[in-house]
Design a protein around this ligand. Structure first.
Ligand SMILES: O=C(O)CCC(=O)C(=O)O
Length: 276
């Protein structure tokens, strides 16, 4: 599947695009695998069941299931990624979540040169006031006055505009399971009114980094050490990759050698008794 020129232009201008029902034919296996992965972690986070009080998050996520790994090979997902990022795009670490309550306004990154995007799979029917994703069109365009003003002001919307987060002008991307949402990491997004059990997982993807700027990719990958992992990808993702998938793993695999040491340090820092 290739996106049309109009779809690509829409994404570039607005910073997001929705594909209602795109993966409806796979939703049963997707939901089954989502729960199977959480079951291996006790149902939530840190070996405990998710109790709805705070977000439970697993990173990397879809890498833990051979079935979910094939989403990267699925011509519909592959086509979206290749159309927006180029044929040599990188797959990046994914996350699986039980979200709990509101998520305030934020960007996932603030990338000037290399485009990063997120594909979000929401596994429950969600409306504007029950936790669907909201996005602010155009907020991804670094250097544009509107986007830069939002970047500086949005987190203080109550004080600066007398407007609380849920009332900030935005598009509510109401979804049903099987719908796919895609947004630029720079795009401001949030969710309000969700329950304590909102199921969602993501695939992150980016343009291939030019060799001269590959240190930026390494720096980006530092973030996964918070999850105490040895590598950016899970074993299943790497071990079940054919040559077509490997093309989208190879740059990260060549640049994630520092993560194990960072993870070790993060684990040790947690284990240290607090001083004071
Ligand atoms: O659905 C949500 O609560 C927010 C999702 C989000 O912020 C993200 O995936 O970056």
């Amino acid at each position: 599947m290739q996106l049309t020129t109009q779809q690509i232009a829409f994404f570039q201008t607005h910073g997001f695009i929705a594909f209602p029902g795109l993966l409806k034919d796979r939703i049963e296996e997707i939901i089954r695998e989502f729960h199977a992965i959480f079951k291996t972690r006790g149902g939530g986070h840190d070996g405990l069941p998710h109790d709805g009080s705070k977000r439970s998050c697993i990173v990397p996520f879809l890498d833990q299931s051979a079935v979910l790994c094939t989403l990267l090979d699925d011509p519909r997902i592959h086509g979206i990624a290749a159309s927006l990022l180029g044929d040599d795009f990188n797959y990046m670490p994914s996350d699986g979540n039980f979200y709990s309550g509101d998520t305030g306004w934020h960007s996932d990154g603030w990338h000037r040169e290399t485009m990063h995007l997120k594909i979000a799979f929401y596994l429950d029917p969600l409306t504007r006031d029950t936790g669907c994703l909201r996005v602010i069109p155009g907020s991804h365009r670094i250097g544009d006055k509107f986007a830069d003003d939002l970047q500086a002001q949005l987190s203080k919307s109550g004080k600066l505009w007398n407007v609380e987060g849920r009332d900030v002008p935005a598009i509510a991307l109401e979804t049903n399971p099987g719908d796919i949402l895609v947004f630029n990491h720079n795009t401001k997004h949030a969710a309000f009114g969700g329950s304590g059990y909102r199921r969602m997982f993501t695939m992150n993807l980016c343009q291939r980094y030019p060799e001269a700027r590959v240190q930026e990719l390494r720096d980006y990958l530092n973030g996964v050490s918070r999850f105490w992992v040895e590598r950016a990808y899970g074993e299943i993702m790497m071990n079940t990759a054919g040559p077509d998938r490997f093309r989208h793993l190879e740059q990260v695999m060549a640049n994630d050698g520092h993560i194990a040491e960072l993870s070790r340090k993060a684990r040790e820092a947690m284990a240290e008794p607090s001083r004071g």
